[in-house]
Design a protein around this ligand. Sequence first.
Ligand code: F6R
Length: 608
Amino acid sequence: MCGIVAYTGHKACTRILLEGLKRLEYRGYDSAGMAMVQEGVLAVRRAAGRISALEQLIGEDPLEGVTGIAHTRWATHGAPTKKNAHPHLDDTGRIGLVHNGIIENYTALKTWLQSQGKSFRSETDSEVLVNLISHFYQGNLVDAVQKALGEVKGTYGIAVVSADHPNTIVAARKGSPLLLGVGENEYVVASDASAIVEHTTSAVYLDDGEMVEITPEGFRTLTLDNNLVSKELENIEFSLQQIELDGYEHFMLKEIFEQPVSVQNTLRGRVDLEAGQAILGGLQNVAGQLSKAKRIIITACGTAWHAGLVGEFLLEHLARIPTEVEYASEFRYRNPIIEPGTVVIAISQSGETADTLAALREAKQRGALALGIVNVVGSTIARETNAGVYLHCGPEIGVASTKAFSSQLVMLALLAIELGRQRSLDQQQARELLGHLSGIPGKIEKVLAQSDQIRQVAQLYLQREHWLFLGRGYNYPVALEGALKLKEISYSHAEGLPAAEMKHGPIALINEGMPTVFIATSGSQYEKVLSNIEEVRARGGKILAVATENNAQIHKHVDHVFTIPEIPEPLSPLLTVVPLQLLAYHTAVGRDCAVDKPRNLAKSVTVE
Ligand code: F6R
C-alpha cells in the first residue's frame, strides 16, 4: 500500500525515480509525486492519478538532481488529490518527506504544531510528521527525525530530504517495509525490492525501529534511539524479467499462465516420493513441537484466507488435527484462546498485511507456536514467525492474487501430508498424493489451454451485474475465491457460497439468465452438487460448470463447461481455481476494467 522510492548517487535520478514508481504502482496508484534538491531549494512535482500523469508533468516542468524522493499513493487520510499527494514539505519548504503507513495521533500533533505556529496545506497525517521533524530540526536531520518519531504513534516507512543537506536521505521504518539497495556509490531506498532490482541485488532490510542515513559516499544504520546497528547485506532473489510483462497484456494474465512453473517452484526439493515424505526445511527447528500439535489456527486475509479454508480441509482430512481458519482482523480482537499445543499459521503473499501481522504477534504473545507461509522473502511476517516456509512462486505484481493462491495450496497440502505421516496417513497414501502433486503443473497447462473458450463464454455475460459461485467441500473455498476474483477486478457483484447454503436465502436472487458458476468436479459430493444445479436451472438461471474432463453427462445439465483433468479431491482446488481466475480476467478485460490496478485496491494492505 503506497510505494516509496528514493535515490542518492552520482546519476541524474528523475528517470530512476519514475521507473521505480512504475514498478511500485501496483502498491497504490491514486496520486504520485517527487521532490529533489535543486539549486539549494526543494523542488516538488505532484499529480493526482497514475504515474503517467506525474511523468507528463515532469516532462513539461523538469526536475533535475542526483538525490530525490518519490511516492505513489493509496489514500488513507485525505482524498486522492494533488494537494494530498506526497512528497509533503514542512511549512518552511526546507524539508521533504514521503510516508507509507498511518500516524494515529496526527490530530493531537497537528493541533499542537498549529499552536507552535506551524501551518498546513493538506489533509494528510504525513504533512503533520514532516512539520514535526521541522519543529525539532536544528541542523541535524537524523536527530530531528529521531525526536519526531519519538512522538508518533502509528506505522511508518519514511524517506526524508532536506535542502540543507542536498545529498542526504534519512529513512526509517516501523510497521511498513523499507529496504536499501546498495550499489557502487549509489543507493536506492524503496518500500519494495521491485524498485531496486534494476540497479542492484544487494540490499539491507531495515527492521522496525531502525533508520538509515545515506549519502553517495556511504550509509549508516541506527536505531531510532541513536545506537549504531550493523546490518548484513542480503541478496534480492528475483530478477528483473520476473517483474516485467514479458509479452502479456497484464500481470494478472502472466501470473495465471505462470502457475505451472510457480507451482513447480513451490514443490522443488520438497517432495521425497520414495519415502512418501514432504520436506519442509523451514519447519525443521520446530518439528518436535509441530509433531505434538493439538490444534491449528490458520489466520490470513482475502485470498490467503481462502487458501487457509482449503488448508482446514487438508489438515483435518489428512492429518486429523482440529483446524480453524480465522480472519486475521477478527482473530486479534477476539481474545483468542491459545492453549499449549496450539499452532498458529499466518498465510500471506506479501508478508506485510497489517492485520495478519498483528494476528501473528497476538498469537506469539499468547504463547502459540507461530508459523508463516509467506511469499516475499525477508518480509515482516517471515521475519517475525518462529519458523516458516516460503512459497518461492516469484513476485506477484497483479493486484488480484492468483499464483500465490495455488502455491499456498501446494504448501498446505505438503504440510498436511507431512503432519499426516506422523499421525494417520500411511506411506502409500502419502506417496500417491505426492505423486499427484508433482503432476499438477502439467494438469494446470491443460486447464490454461481453455483460456480462449473461457474468454468466449465471458463475452456472453459481460452485462451481468450479479453472479453466484457455488461449490462444496474442498471446492467451497474455491467458490469464494472465484467470486472474490470476479468482483475485485470486474466490479460485478459476485457471491461465493457452499452450494447447499443457496437454499437458505440466496436462491431468491436467481432469475432468468443470472449466471451461476458451479464447481461440479467428480468426488464425494458430486451428486449433491448436481441437485443444486437443477435447483438453479429450474429457476431460469444460466449455469457455468467446472467439471472433470471425462464427465460427458454434465453437458445435459449446464450451459457451459470448463474441464479439469482427473485429480484426487483434496488436490482438486489447485485445478478448479484456474478457470475461475481466467473467467474473472476475461470478464474484466471485456468490461474495460484496469485489471492490474482495480479501483480502490492496492497490493499489500499495510493499514488495518
Ligand atoms: C485478492 C487479494 C487480497 C489478498 C489479501 C491478503 O486477490 O489479493 O485479498 O489476498 O489482501 O494479502 P497477503 O496474502 O499479501 O497477506
